[in-house]
Design a protein around this ligand. Sequence first.
Ligand SMILES: Nc1ncnc2c1ncn2[C@@H]1O[C@H](COP(=O)(O)OP(=O)(O)OP(=O)(O)O)[C@@H](O)[C@H]1O
Ligand SMILES: [Mg+2]
Length: 183
Amino acid sequence: MKKEAHITVQDLTMAYGSFLIQKDLNFSIHRGDVFIIMGGSGCGKSTLLRHLVGLKSPSQGRVFYGDISFWEADPFEQDRIMRRIGILYQSGALWSSMTLAENVALPLQQYTNLTPPQIQEVVSLKLSLVGLSGFEEFYPSEISGGMRKRAGLARAMAMDPEILFFDEPSRAWIPSAPDAWMI
Ligand SMILES: Nc1ncnc2c1ncn2[C@@H]1O[C@H](COP(=O)(O)OP(=O)(O)OP(=O)(O)O)[C@@H](O)[C@H]1O
Ligand SMILES: [Mg+2]
């Protein structure tokens, strides 16, 4: 049985201004697929992710969710699609002034009608799924890079998304501050 295409990338060209990143990409991702994109540093993996999750529009080409062309859809439709996805960013991208529990709770507070106790329950469940039970009240600066990545994963899963995007899920997070290298 032929599986239905979930995401289709059609003739996608990505560029920052006149700086071409990749040209004429074509591929489909089907329901139930685990789809992996590999390539050297700087080849455009994170940039491609940005095109798939609505953060950067293509220079040319289309990104389809089902039969809807994302970048040609109206904002309401785009928002509906975006609510179906969860994203784990390459750096974790947690809010540094918020605890892990507050970070994971944020999408639930913004996009659901759950009560605070219900949110707390979901937050505890998601943090336990990534092995971070007991770290609810820690701030991102108080945990390791790998733990930050896992907390980012808990946040990506907060809304039980249909599609999960991971940018470098297995690579250790490399801090840019020189003193952070001294371990
Ligand atoms: N905001 C930006 N403005 C201009 N150029 C950018 C921007 N972000 C990335 N680039 C450039 O686009 C290219 C692709 O970057 P990208 O971050 O997509 O690579 P990557 O494949 O994810 O690399 P890595 O494996 O190191 O994460 C790089 O040459 C980078 O310098
Ligand atoms: Mg990257």
